[in-house]
Design a protein around this ligand. Structure first.
Ligand code: ADP
Ligand code: MG
Length: 238
């Protein structure tokens, strides 16, 4: 579960091709970071995987099945949006329950899953609060909780910490890594922050103008950047 494969995927908006033909393999359980400067296509690539954008050409498969034209909800992936995507009028419990309610899951099962997610995310004492009564970090955890209860094959994060202040960001980074350790689920994490990429990733995908410049572990990229762009972006100073 959680193997994702992109085969000659392209994306154009009107006449502008923002993703030229691109191949990428993501393996079960990997923590993959897409990194690159603003506008390089990170979000577009993530949204293509999520099914929130249609590919212009090429194919996406998830766990061996063709997912190219599957609706987002049918892909078995969970996109974690920034914390402001919570419903302000609903309690934390109801926010986390919402996707399960939509899927018609039995209420007893819902509650068991909510309690397990709350425990994993240290939210047990906050289930009856509204998002407005939570800190930024707690709100972000609720957004992650809403994804966990769907037991996705992979979590997709698009700059999830960019709204948080620097100190909180470090803590949340560790929490997401801890969660990955616990769940062993594939995670794809988009950021423009080199430090985040270098500290969190098993595998880094460096993008520039929709093109993958290099794929490798943080150490590989640091010690053997393939070109000047990668070297300048994350390579060693030598
Ligand atoms: P990143 O997330 O790396 O900052 P994006 O994936 O958001 O980059 O954007 C990549 C390129 O695609 C940018 O040039 C952006 O302007 C363009 N783009 C993204 N979404 C749309 C859209 N819906 N319509 C037109 N152009 C878009
Ligand atoms: Mg983006």
């Amino acid at each position: 579960m959680g193997n994702i494969s992109l085969n000659q995927v392209t994306k154009s908006f009107g006449d502008v091709q923002v993703i030229p033909p691109l191949d990428l393999e993501i393996n079960e359980g990997e923590f993959v970071v897409f990194v690159g400067p603003s506008g390089c296509g990170k979000s577009t690539l993530l949204r293509l995987i999520a099914g929130l954008e249609d590919t212009t050409s090429g194919a996406i498969s998830i766990d061996g099945n063709d997912a190219t034209s599957l609706a987002p909800a049918k892909r078995g992936l969970a996109m974690v949006f920034q914390s402001y995507a919570l419903y302000p009028h609903m309690s934390v419990r109801k926010n986390i329950a919402f996707p399960m309610k939509m899927a018609g899951i039995d209420e007893t099962v819902q509650n068991a899953k909510i309690d397990a997610a709350a425990k994993a995310l240290n939210l047990t004492d906050y289930l009856d609060r509204k998002p407005g009564q939570l800190s930024g970090g707690q709100r972000q955890r609720v957004a992650i909780g809403r994804a966990i209860v769907r037991e996705p094959a992979a979590f997709l994060f698009d700059e999830p910490l960019s709204n948080l202040d620097a100190a909180l960001r470090v803590g949340m980074r560790l929490e997401i890594m801890e969660l990955h350790e616990k769940l062993q689920t594939t995670m794809i994490y988009v950021t423009h922050d080199q430090v985040e990429a270098m500290t969190m990733a098993d595998k880094i995908v460096v993008l520039q103008a929709g093109v993958i410049e290099q794929v490798g572990s943080p150490l590989e990229l640091y010690h053997a950047p393939r070109n000047k762009f990668v070297a300048g972006f994350i390579g060693s100073p030598k």
